[in-house]
Ligand binder design. Structure first.
Ligand SMILES: *Cc1c(COP(=O)(O)O)cnc(C)c1O
Length: 369
């Protein structure tokens, strides 16, 4: 039997009886824009993150873009981030008027290497965008200390990390909690996925929250009065209803992902390089990503056996054609480039059964026999 990389229909089967009535309730009210569910979801996600404010918006990309817009970046202002991430991270920096400055990653976690972040800071640096890649948080305590010292904003790209946490001085801090803002995506394949596009910004800063609420509604708090130029970036009520239904399941889904990951860890020990989890982190395994030398051959082998797998990400951003004007070259960030050659993500969704997972394990073992 083929094993997909992700099976959203299997998830739907488990929540059908909850989610359909919640959608029907919205349809009966015909309140599709900024309905009650949007505010409820904002409260619930902010609560999950341990912050007072949640601002829903149209996508994870917009959550990043709006977070960066409030910094009022001027031409030449720099924003430091990772070259080993989904394109939106750096695209949002450029679209907000900033200059993306890439630094290499930590080879073990795939997250920003903080020594390199510090070395890249100049008088023009305004912010850092750490990406909590694959569901594991970047080291926030050190990053926040460094950012405070240099007067920088920290915009957490938490698109892959909703519900992930990190122990700092004995207390848990959630993804999105400690940055200036945290940006989440509800793209259907994310751990908390809508039935379309969606995103959310969380923040502890009331003034920032108010401005973000204005910016997503064309910059106007009152209708037909515009303090600044914003955009249309709302989360629609139907998506909020889907997400509100799914949210109470998220902790259980994350635990199931961790259990799948532990099973792979055991099965793959000594065979392939399994994910490294920093001791202070609780991983939510948006992806279970192994590193192997003959990656493309393993990928072809799995594809032939009907095992879903994918490469996130095959090309680091510093060598993307659109960023050529920034002047980076191949070879400049060896760890990001090596990761792009070696990573392979395997099925780790909560509904993956033991027999299906065993098929994945057998297929990987078969490659090395
Ligand atoms: C998915 C993702 C985004 C963008 O989210 P969208 O909702 O697709 O716009 C940004 N950054 C990372 C790391 C992502 O994985």
């Amino acid at each position: 039997m083929p094993v997909p990389l992700l099976d959203l229909r299997a998830q739907f089967d488990t929540i059908r009886d909850e989610v359909l009535p919640s959608l029907l309730a919205v349809v009966e009210r015909q309140q599709f824009i900024m309905g009650d569910e949007v505010g409820k979801l904002e409260q619930a996600v902010a609560g999950l993150c341990g912050v007072p404010h949640g601002i829903a918006c149209a996508s994870g990309t917009d959550a990043l873009l709006l977070s960066l817009k409030v910094l009022n970046l001027q031409p030449g202002d720099e924003v430091v981030t990772s070259p080993f991430t989904f394109f939106a991270t750096a695209g949002a920096i450029a679209n907000a008027g900033g200059k993306p400055v890439f630094v290499d990653i930590d080879s073990r976690t795939f997250n920003l290497d903080l020594d390199q972040v510090e070395a890249a800071i100049t008088p023009r640096t305004r912010a850092v965008v750490p990406v909590h890649l694959f569901g594991q948080m970047a080291p926030m305590a050190c990053l926040l200390e460094m950012s405070r010292r240099h007067g920088l904003a920290v915009i957490e790209d938490a698109a892959q990390a909703i519900g992930a946490r990190q122990r700092v001085d004995g207390t848990w801090k959630m993804a999105g909690q400690t940055g200036t803002t945290g940006a989440f995506s509800f793209f259907p394949s994310k751990n908390l996925g809508a039935w379309g596009d969606g995103g959310m910004i969380v923040t502890g800063d009331a003034a920032l929250a108010e401005r973000l609420r204005r910016l997503r509604l064309h910059g106007g708090a009152k209708q037909y009065h515009h303090d600044e130029i914003g955009t249309n970036s709302r989360l629609d009520t139907l998506q909020a209803a889907v997400l509100l239904t799914k949210l109470p399941h998220l902790a259980g889904w994350s635990a199931a992902r961790r259990q799948r990951a532990a099973r792979y860890d055991q099965a793959f020990a000594g065979l392939v390089q399994t994910p490294f989890v920093a001791p202070e982190n609780e991983h939510i395994y948006h992806q279970y990503t192994v590193r192997v030398a003959r990656r493309d051959a393993l990928k072809a082998h799995l594809a032939k056996l009907g095992i879903g797998c994918a490469v996130y990400y095959p090309t680091p951003l510093h060598v993307q054609p659109c960023f050529a004007p920034l002047g980076y070259r191949q070879g400049q960030f060896p760890e990001a480039e090596r990761a792009a050659r070696e990573v392979l993500s395997l099925p780790v969704y909560p509904e993956l059964t033991d027999p299906l997972q065993d098929q994945v394990i057998e297929a990987v073992r078969g490659f090395y026999r």
